[in-house]
Ligand binder design. Structure first.
Ligand code: XMP
Length: 542
């Protein structure tokens, strides 16, 4: 057994997780992770609340106070925070939110104005404070559990409000008081909590603990989301490693190398040159679309090298999967070295190596795992490599890379591409690779992708592709005997490629695929569906 991580999100080393997200939290992927929504009622601190929540490793989005319920619910939030704001709840134009916020049963944290709104909406009473409270105050905690777990009984908090809560709604208990506010903190049994002070500002001593208690204990969030923090750390680490050196980034056409390139571009700008090697083993239209997306979204130089004939020559007659990988890896590096020589003094080679690649290739920092196959971007490097490696995604799983990609501003079409192996179609042609078989597989792959995407199943699947087997079988078309290739269709679900299950595709999707594969590709006369999981199989056939 390999020493396999249980789930994603645990393998960014702790030291990379400490730092805050930048000032402008941006939306991430459609929240597979625990999410907290902050409704913005106009406080100068609203962004800060979102940033604080992300600092405690919970994904968070800031929405306008009047966001429709559909928009809020589409994020599937585990908790909602109502920010502060300059208005008084009794102003005729006071900002409100949709009523479902209070009735959905989702835990709520009202901060300052948010508490006043929560109080009013739940049947309590708010009135102008006799003396306004601005600045520090001493909070005396009356209930040491829940939101105040691990908070000292008397703690300094930051106040900034004109109104205060006069009467608590039914079912609410007072949790804390200050000299001026008998109801400085209150809550009910349904996880609706109000704080008259601001836990998000640094002046509130236990603010982080209070927000963490809300996210983890009240909302039940797991504290695992950190792309923003990861980006900040990586940028600093890349700068430190690379200094004034120049970096070549190998673009494979996949998500990983594109995200690595975008991250390195952010760190060292035009010290980065990206080299996209068309190895002739790519899918239909892959080179063209990658170049277009890259030029639009990554501010780095891009060199496109068409090396397809060189790769095909070196693969001629090679049938052993490991030998294919080794040759392809070797050829890649040689092409990069040539480009580097052309470009002058390049000291670093950047790659989009991921943690599963590292584990399964038994590289120097994983001794417990058995070697399954050599993923070329880790294990196939020749011993005389003349670059130092930069692999900023080395401790990330795929879903984390996607979140980082979104955070970096890459388009969804690129970030949500299914993974594609570095050796490309060469490890999906069982046996020798030549241009005729490549053309057959390219057609087959395009049909499989089109049918999956037309059925709206793309996002549910980890990978879906065709494999060209070396088998030929007898068929009958019209009145003629045929003797054609057997194409295998592979579609799997997975979280991280460490394990995978074969996808239970709807029969009609399989039927359409099969019909098109045989009708549209003359060299193919039989289609089989791969129903093995990983383990015992691997995702790719080679
Ligand atoms: P397997 O086939 O080992 O694949 O279950 C796990 C994941 O890795 C991809 N893969 C590769 N990626 N170079 C790569 O960059 C490779 O040689 C390679 N082999 C497999 C595979 O597509 C799947 O996502």
């Amino acid at each position: 057994m390999t020493n396999r991580p249980e789930r994603t999100g645990r393998h960014i080393p702790e030291e990379t997780l400490e730092h805050a997200l930048g000032e402008h939290p941006s939306p991430g992927p459609p929240a597979p992770q625990d999410t907290i929504v902050v409704l913005d009622f106009g406080s100068q601190y609203s962004r800060l609340i979102a940033r604080r929540i992300r600092e405690i490793k919970v994904y968070c989005e800031l929405l306008p106070h009047n966001a429709p319920w559909e928009q809020i619910a589409s994020l599937n939030p585990r908790g909602i925070i109502l920010s502060g704001g300059p208005a008084s709840v009794y102003d005729p134009a006071a900002p409100r939110c949709v009523p479902e916020v209070f009735t959905s049963g989702i835990p709520l944290l009202g901060i300052c104005y948010g508490m006043q709104l929560l109080t009013l909406e739940s049947g309590g009473q708010v009135a102008p404070a006799t003396s306004r409270e601005y600045g520090p105050a001493e909070l005396h905690i009356l209930d040491a559990g829940g939101i105040f777990r691990d908070v000292p009984p008397v703690t300094r908090v930051w106040m900034s409000h004109g109104d205060r809560v006069e009467r608590l709604p039914e079912g609410f208990q007072v949790l804390g008081r200050t000299d001026n506010s008998p109801f400085a903190a209150a809550g009910n049994d349904h996880g609706h909590i109000g704080l008259l002070f601001h836990p998000e500002v640094a002046h509130t001593e236990a603010g982080r603990q209070i927000l963490e208690n809300f996210a983890r204990d009240v909302c039940g969030c797991s504290l695992t989301w950190t792309p923003g923090a990861f980006i900040e750390e990586s940028v600093a680490a890349i700068r430190a490693r690379v200094g004034k050196g120049r970096v070549l980034c190998a673009l494979s056409g996949g998500v990983d190398s594109a995200v690595a390139a975008a991250l390195i571009a952010r760190a060292v700008g035009d010290q980065l040159t990206c080299v996209f090697v068309d190895n002739g083993l790519l899918r239909r239209q892959e080179a063209e679309s990658l170049i277009a997306v890259f030029e639009q979204h990554v501010p780095a130089k891009l060199v496109h090298v068409d090396a397809s004939s060189r790769f095909l020559c070196s693969l001629e007659g090679v049938t052993d999967p490991e030998e294919k990988r080794r040759l392809i890896g070797h050829e890649f590096i040689r092409v990069f070295e040539e480009e580097a020589r052309r470009l002058g003094d390049v000291g670093f080679l950047a790659q989009g190596t991921l943690y599963p690649d590292v584990i399964e290739s038994t590289s120097h920092d994983t001794t417990a795992a058995a070697k399954i196959k050599t993923h070329h971007n880790v294990g196939g490097l020749p011993p005389d490599l003349r670059f130092a490696l930069v692999e900023p995604l080395r401790y990330l799983f795929k879903d984390e890379v996607r979140r980082v990609g979104v955070e970096l501003g890459l388009p969804e079409s690129l970030v949500w591409r299914q993974p594609f192996p570095g050796p490309g179609l060469a490890v999906r042609i069982i046996g020798a690779v030549d241009s005729e078989r490549l053309a057959v597989l390219r057609e087959a792959d395009a049909i499989v992708r089109e049918e999956i995407e037309a059925a709206g199943l793309g996002r549910d699947l980890w990978q879906y592709f065709a494999v060209l087997t070396p088998l030929q079988s007898v068929g009958v078309m019209g009145d003629y005997r045929t003797y054609g290739y057997v194409v295998a269709v592979r579609a799997v679900t997975s979280d991280d490629a460490m394990t995978a299950d074969w996808a239970r595709l709807p029969n009609d999707v399989l039927a359409r695929m099969s019909q098109r594969l045989v009708n549209e590709i003359p060299a193919v006369n039989r289609v089989v569906y791969d129903i093995t999981s990983k383990p015992p199989s691997t995702i790719e056939w080679e």
